[in-house]
Design a protein around this ligand. Sequence first.
Ligand code: ATP
Length: 233
Amino acid sequence: MTPLVLTGSAWVEDRPLFPPLRLELATGAWTSLLGPSGVGKTTLLRLIAGLPTGVRLEGRVEGRRPAALMAQDAGLLPWLTVAQNVALGARLRGERADPARVRDLLARVGLGDLSERFPPALSGGQRQRVALARTLIEDRDPVLLDEPFSALDARSRLRMQDLAAELLRGRTVLMVTHDPGEAARLSDRILLLTEAGLTVQPVPATPPPRPMDAPEVLAAQAALLGRLIGAAA
Ligand SMILES: Nc1ncnc2c1ncn2[C@@H]1O[C@H](COP(=O)(O)OP(=O)(O)OP(=O)(O)O)[C@@H](O)[C@H]1O
């Protein structure tokens, strides 16, 4: 598979957003992208997906292919049920999603009982789990996740991280997150985006997903937190 590579700088009107950088997604690996708010992480994800952004990219994306994208707002259609939202990708392609697979995924994200509910009657965390199921059902590579676990309580967060790690094993994943612990648990590679550009950060040597309280995870988490605080200063 051709590597997916973004090279270039981005501009918001005449203001630079990020300086010239090169972001290569390691094929089959989980890459996490961290950085201060507003630095351009979602923009990078959308540029890679080929979606509209408010910026001008002076550069190019090579190796782009159809991606599964889980956006920061769950983006559920309020007039479709939970199950219909999970099956939406297939429906948009004029196909029929396998109902057993939809049921199985909804059960695995803990929403087996809510499949006939409509999104306005869900909590923020439940909506996020529907969006996760909708992303995980797609047989796509790459998979682009924008803060996919941010609305979840601590227990569901760990469970959903493990589920995503299991179902996306071997896929090329780019996950934007503000949570250094999450990045340290799940990633093969960690990137930090700041106004100065993109830097590669150390990752624990053990294979992901790692226990959240493993010493190497806690050490990586603390190191990342220090860099994030430094970057935001
Ligand atoms: N459509 C737009 N028009 C003008 N500016 C935009 C547009 N979209 C994004 N921006 C600006 O681009 C910058 C980067 O936004 P982006 O959403 O990529 O940041 P982010 O790093 O993902 O932030 P956060 O962590 O808060 O989600 C922000 O300053 C934002 O205001």
